[in-house]
Design a protein around this ligand. Structure first.
Ligand code: SF4
Length: 706
């Protein structure tokens, strides 16, 4: 075919938190032929320098309108936008008037762009008057957020991707980066670092590591308390850094004192010589990065686990320097951008907590009529409140909580009985959409316009290069139209996402000074960005981007000055806790859950590409051969896994990658794709006390062949 015109757009990948730059070329064909889309890595983007993993490079195969929600639907029938928006606004208004602002809630997603998040948060926290705005980032990152805030004074990732190139040791904790963050793993492999993997199961990542510590599930806190103890015993402390830039060191050391190598080895079920090899490697390697993800966070003590890791970096002064630092990696493409604008129920906006000063400050900036007075409900509590009838109207955007929440079938049942459920999504048939009375068609990747922030605090543009199909609309635009109908029109008169971005940037710097408040997140230098710069010349940049750092800030804390009120980082005394979902006679096995190499979330996009499905086509459960023999299970046999809350069916994959007593299942299937295929239905909804993040990695279960 002769192609007669081509247009290139630089955007970002919609999958993981690496945030790779993507160059999408759309070649138009003569006549009425569909445009040919070519996807390549963006060589100019600093996150990936032109590389893409199999998911990113298959993006063109996932495009098309099959399964798309193209018109609003009210009670299962198509309707026009006016009818849909009138319904949404009238239901919200009636609920608020009768039951108060806290009877309504928004549940958002790390798939949304920052501009979408900003207007949703502004509408709820500034004008409706409730902070019941939470996000699926709660399931992914919130323990990392809580730990950074406790230790560093702000939700501020110290590191950048160059640190992975420069490091001489990378310790991957609870991360199968070779599959979940492949481009970063390739960077590690290309660098000079030795790799240590801390993970209960063998994975593609551990196969390529110098050392694999297959610890008992949930024992990370003890492992890193033991490391702190070892570093102290063997003279690896940076006492000058501790004295000048930290506080509460002796408290953390006291808590760690009992964790001798012998005790840690026994508690974590690892060989003493392997444990000592890790401890000695960390002690003797100045340039050490700890790289951690959901295996640490999705725990009922995830915040403490994060802090036990950060403690070791503070004790050795290995933070704020090239090739060093505690580096939390986000799962979703815009988990961090959502946090920046207050996407978590316990945050206000621009990383501000709910102090009276902050409520007044944001209220002045927004000229808001009805500011929320305090934190709202975190995800698990929010869906409990829907179940109990306290929350009577919920608007869910770009996410599928009927699959992803713990005790997922109870969440679906709660939604089915909730008086008003509004769902905005790009696809029409998800487990959550089936619970909605109103479905709103939203734009998706390739159509949306705005910004995202990746794991190294880098803000990049996501750009629309495809024609918007049917009657789909941008999320920010839909929210603004509802805000108008609720009577808040003036504050939501945006015509283009750059207007939202400018306001967000201005708010981040509004009254941000050390005397009143010292916020890490400050992008006020971007508050005057023109539409042309935003659309055509936006350089991916790492926050803070302000008067002191107009070109951004690749690394934080180089000066040893932290975001706590006195500028000192805080050690946290950690008392390691066992998982709350305890095994016993009825449920003797520990079920772990996670991602596969080629799939993403509930497969609404990656499930469209044949070559991605080829990697694994159906729900599966990984079982150790010893366990398979004990329970009478053959490889590829259909099995039933049961917990206190539900059951899951999948094909057994008998593999020595699991330890005896442990199972693993991918998270991607759901009840709408296969019978009893929602893994998170097995999770009892226990949460971390600081972050509210649920425990998905240590579910107590039983298994039987079918
Ligand atoms: Fe996309 Fe992540 Fe793969 Fe990069 S590493 S191409 S962001 S899925």
């Amino acid at each position: 075919t002769e192609l007669f015109s081509a247009r290139k757009s630089c955007t970002t990948c919609p999958y993981c938190g690496v945030g790779c730059g993507v160059a999408a070329t759309q070649a138009l064909q003569p006549g009425d032929g569909d445009p040919v889309i070519r996807i390549q890595g963006d060589e100019q983007h600093p996150a990936n320098h032109g590389k893409l993993c199999v998911k990113g490079s298959s993006l063109a195969d996932t495009l098309g309108n099959h399964g798309r929600l193209l018109k609003p639907q009210l009670h299962g029938s198509d309707c026009d936008w006016d009818t849909a928006l009138d319904y949404a606004a009238s239901k919200l208004r009636a609920t608020i008037d009768e039951y108060g602002p806290d009877s309504v809630a928004f549940y958002l997603s790390g798939q949304l762009l920052t501009e979408d998040y900003y207007v949703a948060n502004k509408l709820m926290k500034g004008f409706i008057g409730t902070a019941n705005v939470d996000t699926n980032s709660r399931l992914c990152m919130s323990s990392a957020v809580a730990a950074y805030k406790r230790a560093l004074g702000a939700d501020a990732v110290p590191c950048n991707y160059e640190d992975l190139d420069e490091a001489e040791l990378v310790v991957l904790i609870g991360s199968n980066a070779a599959w979940t963050h492949p481009i970063l793993f390739q960077r590690m492999q290309a660098g000079k670092a030795r790799l240590v993997v801390v993970d209960p199961r063998a994975s593609a990542t551990s196969e390529m590591a110098d050392l694999h510590l297959a610890i008992t599930p949930g024992s990370d806190g003890a492992l890193f308390n033991g490391l702190l103890h070892y570093l102290t015993e063997y003279g690896a402390l940076d006492q000058t850094f501790i004295d000048n830039h930290t506080e509460h060191f002796t408290d953390a050391l006291y808590a760690a004192a009992e964790w001798t190598p012998e005790k840690v080895a026994e508690y974590c079920s690892v060989a003493l010589d392997q444990l000592l090899a890790f401890y000695e490697l960390f002690r003797s390697t100045e340039k050490a990065v700890s790289f951690y993800s959901q295996g640490v966070n999705q725990s009922s003590s995830g915040t403490d686990k994060n802090n036990s890791i950060i403690n070791c970096h503070l004790a050795t002064g290995r933070i704020g320097k090239p090739g060093c630092g505690p580096f939390s990696i986000t799962g979703q493409p815009n988990a961090m951008g959502g946090r920046e604008v207050g996407g978590l129920a316990n945050m206000l906006a621009a990383h501000m907590d709910f102090s009276d000063d902050n409520i007044n400050r944001v209220g002045r900036f927004w000229q808001a009529s009805n500011m929320a007075k305090g934190p709202g409900l975190k995800a698990v509590d929010l869906f409990d409140a829907i179940d109990s009838g306290k929350v009577k109207a919920v608007w869910i955007m770009a996410t599928n909580p009927a699959v992803s929440m713990p005790d997922a079938r109870k969440v679906a049942a709660a939604l089915r009985k909730c008086p008003t459920v509004i769902v905005s999504d790009c696809v029409g048939d998800t487990d959550t959409a089936r619970c909605a009375d109103l479905l709103l068609p939203a734009t998706t990747w390739g159509e949306k316009n705005g910004t995202v922030t990746n794991s190294e605090r880098r803000i990049s543009r996501q750009k629309g290069f495809l024609e918007i199909p049917g009657e789909a609309r941008h999320d920010w635009d839909i929210i603004c139209d509802v805000a108008h109908r609720l009577g808040y029109g003036e504050a939501f008169d945006y015509q283009h996402p750059v207007e939202i971005f400018r306001e967000h940037a201005a708010l981040s710097g509004f009254e941000n000074n050390r005397a009143q408040t010292r916020r890490a997140f400050d992008i006020s230098a971007l508050a005057e960005i023109s539409e042309q710069e935003y659309d055509h010349y936006f350089t991916p940049v790492q926050w803070p981007v302000n008067a002191d750092n107009p070109d951004g800030t690749p690394r934080l804390f180089s000066d040893g000055d932290f975001f706590t009120p006195n500028g000192r980082a805080r050690f946290i005394a950690v008392d390691p806790q066992c998982p709350k979902q305890a095994t016993g006679n009825q449920y003797p096995l520990v079920m772990n859950s996670g991602r596969l190499r080629d799939q993403w979330h509930t497969m609404t996009r990656t499930g469209r590409a044949r070559k991605l499905l080829d990697h694994s086509e159906a729900p599966e459960v990984h079982v150790h051969p010893q366990e398979a023999q004990k329970f009478g299970i053959e490889d590829a046999q259909l099995v039933r896994v049961e917990s206190e809350t539900g059951q899951f069916f999948g094909r057994a994959r008998v593999t020595a990658s699991q330890k005896p007593g442990q199972l693993f299942a991918p998270i991607h299937w759901s009840d709408s794709l296969a019978h009893n295929a929602t893994v998170s239905a097995l999770a009892v909804p226990v949460t971390d006390p600081f972050s509210g993040q649920p425990e998905f990695k240590q579910m107590a279960v039983n298994i039987e062949p079918l």
